[in-house]
Write a protein that binds this ligand. Structure first.
Ligand code: NDP
Length: 319
């Protein structure tokens, strides 16, 4: 089969489109014909070696496609399923753990199904796992028009939270408003003060920050005393070491650096979040925005654009 292979750590150019052997399902796994693959920022951390990975490997963990064969005979061949977490998803075929997939609701397009789980479940655990969101909560969201950002904003708006979204361009500002942001801001020195002024002089209850190093000081400054700084990503690089006294100085802040892995470690928790996301997409609570899809062989371009902040919403590869 054709697949993208990473043979050494590096920039997007290490993503090679090549011929590899078909994967073979182990006990508890199904073989799936991949239709579309979800591309996520975390794929770039593994590719560059920022997160541990051992080349050669096929990147990607989520997607959507049709079951070829279920050795247990429980799922009919041809059933359309979406999955996370199946390493090696940037390929024509992948083996998927039967506990890590959901049936795709009828009418949901493959591009959407392929990219809804990782980012959707992330938004779900940020709003319901890290902290339970209730009506009237105030939050700041950086990278507000990215994959996670747009889903998080829509889910939070549906919960009647006030969302201050931070983006870098006019197009992204428009998308963030469309997703239900209360007010959209640009990065800059006065960002924390501007959001606090908009919030009636008080800091926000929680900041969800996927940008990392460039926005960490802002995150500490924009949060109210005893509020939560949720630093869940590092698009601009890892947050530098800092003195925990800073949390005291900024008002007895709470800080977490969570990962989806720990919020779906249990199969029942995975299913609860995955089904909640599929329902939200199916009933229109979440309208997924898909950046114009790339072909599998153009995965390199997809990574380049994602890292150059050129994409909006979710990024997919069509197989
Ligand atoms: P996005 O689609 O949000 O793309 C990244 C965005 O980050 C860019 O579009 C850009 O938006 C913003 N950004 C700000 N500074 C930079 C920079 N220096 N370089 C590149 N991008 C920058 O990606 P995802 O939705 O896939 O992921 C968003 C973040 O969430 C990532 O950090 C990812 O690692 C993290 N994440 C964490 C998870 C967890 O469980 N901890 C799970 C899933 C994702 P703008 O131009 O508007 O600033």
């Amino acid at each position: 089969m054709k697949a993208i292979l990473v043979t050494k750590h590096g920039g997007p150019d290490v993503l090679e489109y090549t011929e590899v052997a078909d994967p073979v399902p182990a006990e508890g796994q199904l073989l799936v014909d991949v239709d579309c693959v979800g591309v996520n920022y975390i794929d770039t951390y593994f590719r560059s070696g920022t997160y541990p990975s051992e080349p050669p490997y096929i990147p990607g963990t989520e997607g959507c496609g049709r079951v070829v064969d279920d050795p247990r005979g429980e799922i009919a061949p041809g059933t359309l399923v979406a999955w996370h977490d199946a390493p090696g998803s940037y390929a024509e075929k992948v083996v998927v753990d039967r506990n890590r997939l959901v049936a795709v609701p009828e009418g949901v397009e493959p591009e959407i199904a392929a990219s809804m789980l990782l980012q959707g479940m992330t938004a779900h655990y940020l709003l319901h796992g890290v902290r339970e969101t209730t009506a009237g909560d105030t939050m700041a969201v950086t990278a507000g028009a990215g994959g996670v950002g747009l889903i998080l904003t829509q889910m939070a708006a549906a919960l009647e939270a006030t969302v201050y979204s931070v983006v870098s361009s006019d197009e992204k500002e428009h998308l963030a408003y469309e997703a239900g942001a209360t007010k959209v801001f640009r990065y800059g020195d006065s960002l924390a003060d501007d959001i606090i002024a908009e919030n009636g002089g008080a800091g926000v209850d929680v900041i969800y920050d996927g940008v990392g190093n460039d926005t960490f000081d802002f995150a500490l400054n924009v949060t109210r005393p005893r509020g939560l700084v949720c630093s869940f990503g590092s698009a601009s690089g890892d947050v530098e070491p800092f003195k925990i006294q800073e949390l005291n100085k900024h008002g007895s802040l709470f800080l977490t650096r969570p990962s989806l892995t720990h919020y779906v470690a249990d199969n029942d928790e995975f299913l609860m979040r995955a089904q909640a996301v599929a329902r939200a997409v199916d009933d229109g609570t979440v309208k997924m925005r898909i950046h114009p899809p790339y072909k599998l062989e153009n995965a390199r371009q997809a990574h380049e654009d994602l890292q150059a902040r050129k994409t909006t919403g979710s990024v997919v590869l069509k197989v």
